[in-house]
Design a protein around this ligand. Structure first.
Ligand code: URA
Length: 435
C-alpha cells in the first residue's frame, strides 16, 4: 500500500477501507509517512468528509496507535469530560477537581491550544513545575492515590492523535467532524474512561458555528461511545462569546482558582456546575439533576474542590505557592484597559476574534513548535445583553510588546458590537444528547 494512493483516493471522494485507514495511521505514527503527506491527507478528509464507518475505523486506529489503559485495578469507574474547544474555556480546571472531590475518580488527558481555541495543557503549564507528561504508571499511581489526574497526552497513549492534532492546528484542518470525533474519542478510549460528558461548543468561538453542525458532531460522538461500550452524554453549549472573563493561559488559571474559591464569573460557575452534575449522574453518584447539582454546590462551597485541585498540582510537581497566591503566576508587562467607545447594549462579542488576538499576542501557536507566552491575554468585562456606558473599561489587554498590544486592542474592540435597543442574553446550553 502507498500513502499517495490513500491520499489520492480520499482526494477523489472515495470511501477508504479499514485496511487503508489502519495503514495510514500506523505508518504515520511510526514516522514512515511524513508530515507533508499526512497534511495532504488531512486536507482531503477535511474537504471530502468521512462516512460513519470510516470515522469509526479512524477512531479505533488512532486509539490503538499506542497503549490502551485499563484503570480497573485503581478505579472501578472512571469519568471524564471533554470540550470540543472554545475561547476562555477553563471548565476542565474547575470541573475535574469538583467531581473528584465528590468521590468520582477522574483521569483526563488534555490537549494543547488548537487554532484560536486554548488548551488545558498550555494553561496548566503556567504553573511552574506542573508536569503534563506523566507516564502511564505515574497516571495510574496518582489516580489511585488522590483520585484525579490532568495530564497531557503521553507518547504511548493515542500517539497518532498527538501528532495529528498538532498538524491540524498548523494546516487549517481543525473544523472537520470526522477529525474531531476521532481525535476526542480515540483519546477517551486510550485513557480508559468509562463515562464521558462531552461539552460540544457552538458559535462564533467554536469549531462548530451552527446548532446543526454541533448536533451532528454531538450525535456522532454519542453514537461512537455506544459502539465502544462507553456511557456518553453530550451537552451543546454556547460559544458566541468567551466563557467567563479571562482568555489567555495564566489569566485563565487565575479565574479557575477564583471559581474554585466560589468567586469567578457567574456564567463559568453555572456552566461548571451543570457539567459536573452530568458527570455525577452519568456515573451513578446522583440519581437526578437536583441531587447532582446540590452535591456539586456543596462540594464547591466546602472548599473540597479547591483542595483537590491543590493536591493535584502538588502531585504533578507544580509549585503550590503559585496557586495559593495566584498573583505570582506569570504576569504581562503591559496591562491596558480599553474604554467603551459608546454607550449601548452589547449585541455580540466575537469570541474567535478574541481568541485570535490572544494568539497574536503570543498566547497561542501559529506553528506546531511555536513557543507560547503564558502571561498574555484579554479580560472581557461585559457579556452579551449588558448595558455598557461610554468610557467604562470594556476589556483589558495583557501584553509584552507595544505593537502587539496596539493590534490586540484594535482587534478586540472590533469584536464588540453595540445596539441602542436591549438585546437578549445568550443561553449557556442549547441541547442535551444522550445515547
Ligand atoms: N479537542 C480535541 O481533542 N480534538 C479536536 O479535534 C478538537 C477538540
Amino acid at each position: 500500500m502507498h500513502a499517495t494512493d490513500v491520499i489520492a483516493r480520499k482526494r477523489n471522494g472515495a470511501e477508504l477501507s479499514q485496511e487503508e485507514i489502519e495503514f495510514f495511521i500506523q505508518e504515520y505514527t511510526r514516522g514512515e509517512i511524513p508530515d507533508y503527506q499526512a497534511a495532504a491527507w488531512l486536507m482531503a478528509v477535511y474537504l471530502r468528509g468521512m462516512t460513519d464507518r470510516e470515522t469509526h475505523d479512524l477512531t479505533l486506529a488512532m486509539a490503538h496507535s499506542g497503549d490502551v489503559l485499563d484503570l480497573k485495578d485503581v478505579a472501578p469507574l472512571v469519568v471524564d469530560k471533554h470540550s470540543t474547544g472554545g475561547v476562555g474555556d477553563k471548565v476542565s480546571l474547575v470541573v475535574t477537581p469538583l467531581v473528584a472531590a465528590c468521590g468520582l475518580p477522574v483521569a483526563k488527558m488534555t490537549g494543547r491550544g488548537l487554532g484560536f481555541s486554548g488548551g488545558t495543557v498550555d494553561k496548566l503549564e503556567s504553573i511552574p513545575g506542573y508536569r503534563t507528561d506523566l507516564s502511564k504508571a505515574e497516571l495510574k499511581a496518582q489516580l489511585g492515590e488522590i483520585g484525579i489526574v490532568l495530564t497531557g497526552q503521553t507518547a504511548d497513549l493515542a500517539p497518532a492523535d498527538l501528532k495529528l492534532y498538532a498538524l491540524r492546528d498548523a494546516t487549517a484542518t481543525v473544523e472537520s467532524i470526522p477529525l474531531i470525533v476521532s481525535s476526542i474519542m480515540s483519546k477517551k478510549i486510550a485513557a480508559g474512561a468509562d463515562a464521558i460528558v462531552l461539552d460540544v461548543k457552538m458559535g462564533n468561538g467554536a469549531f462548530m458555528k451552527t446548532l446543526e453542525d454541533a448536533e451532528d458532531l454531538a450525535k456522532a460522538m454519542v453514537l461512537m461511545g455506544g459502539q465502544i461500550g462507553r456511557r456518553v452524554v453530550a451537552l451543546i453549549s454556547d460559544m458566541n462569546q468567551p466563557l467567563g472573563w479571562a482568555v489567555g493561559n495564566a489569566l485563565e488559571i487565575r479565574e479557575a482558582i477564583n471559581t474554585l474559591h466560589e468567586g469567578g464569573p457567574a456564567d463559568l460557575r453555572e456552566h461548571c456546575l451543570v457539567v459536573a452534575a452530568e458527570m455525577l449522574m452519568l456515573s451513578g453518584k446522583a440519581t437526578d439533576t437536583n441531587a447532582a447539582l446540590t452535591l456539586a454546590l456543596e462540594t464547591l462551597a466546602s472548599g473540597a474542590a479547591w483542595h483537590k485541585f491543590r493536591d493535584m498540582v502538588e502531585a504533578q510537581g507544580g509549585d503550590v505557592h503559585y496557586v495559593d497566591e495566584p498573583e505570582r503566576l506569570p504576569k504581562a508587562r503591559l496591562v491596558e484597559p480599553v474604554p467603551a467607545p459608546r454607550s449601548g447594549y452589547l449585541v455580540s462579542v466575537d469570541a474567535a476574534e478574541i481568541g485570535k488576538a490572544v494568539v497574536e499576542l503570543g498566547g497561542g501557536r501559529e506553528k506546531i513548535d511555536d513557543p507560547i507566552d503564558r502571561s498574555v491575554g484579554a479580560i472581557v468585562h461585559y457579556k452579551v445583553g449588558d448595558l455598557v456606558q461610554k468610557g467604562t473599561p470594556l476589556f483589558t489587554i495583557h501584553a509584552n510588546d507595544e505593537a502587539r498590544l496596539a493590534a490586540a486592542c484594535e482587534q478586540v474592540l472590533a469584536a464588540h458590537t453595540f445596539s441602542d435597543t436591549p438585546t437578549h442574553r445568550l443561553p449557556l446550553f442549547y441541547r442535551r444528547i444522550a445515547g
